[in-house]
Design a protein around this ligand. Sequence first.
Ligand code: FMN
Length: 199
Amino acid sequence: MTPPKTAETSVPVHPLLAQRWSPRGLDATHALDERAVQALLEAARWAPSANNSQPWRFLVGRRGDDTFTRLLGVLAPGNRSWAHAASALVLVAAQTVDDAGRPRPWALFDAGQAVAVLSVQAEADGLSVHQMDGFDTDAARHEFGLDAELTPLVVLAVGRHDPHAKLPDPLAARERASRSREPLEALLLAAPGAASRAA
Ligand SMILES: Cc1cc2nc3c(=O)[nH]c(=O)nc-3n(C[C@H](O)[C@H](O)[C@H](O)COP(=O)(O)O)c2cc1C
């Protein structure tokens, strides 16, 4: 059974943010309907982006369909060992060059924001998202015929958390581990010459 994973914050943050985490134990019987998938993609679609360039692209497979099986096939074995139970796998790519051939320097940043809001929407809908960079990007390019302008970034495992799911070691232990973060102070840069201010 997974212990509580809610973030311990110095001041309250929105429950959707505090409760979001990345489980590997997913309910292999849960199915996502079309509307649920659409809500996630809509949330991502309305993310902010540099110059409203919207460089994010998504390839969605639902468990049981051909795209899901092919996405599962490009995952690193460690990820495949649990992500097979996801209700959907979503390949996220960024279009780093626009249609006129101009570079989009913020494309990766923008795609990350789209995934962040998608993850919060998932939490609001009772779903979990676990991002994975552990996949073979060349194999994904080849398998799905991705253009050179597209940079594959992550595969998302989307599903319903199952606290009783059986996981192989050492993943079972990691699932039970408490979540941690750097202290807030460690993230703050000091502006040279500025008077220090108590947080
Ligand atoms: C870009 C990115 C890549 C990640 N790749 C993997 C991965 O390949 N396999 C995995 O199990 N978790 C992966 N994770 C999940 C992180 O390990 C996880 O988000 C982090 O430990 C914080 O845990 P939390 O999301 O539960 O707060 C990835 C997360 C991100 C944002």
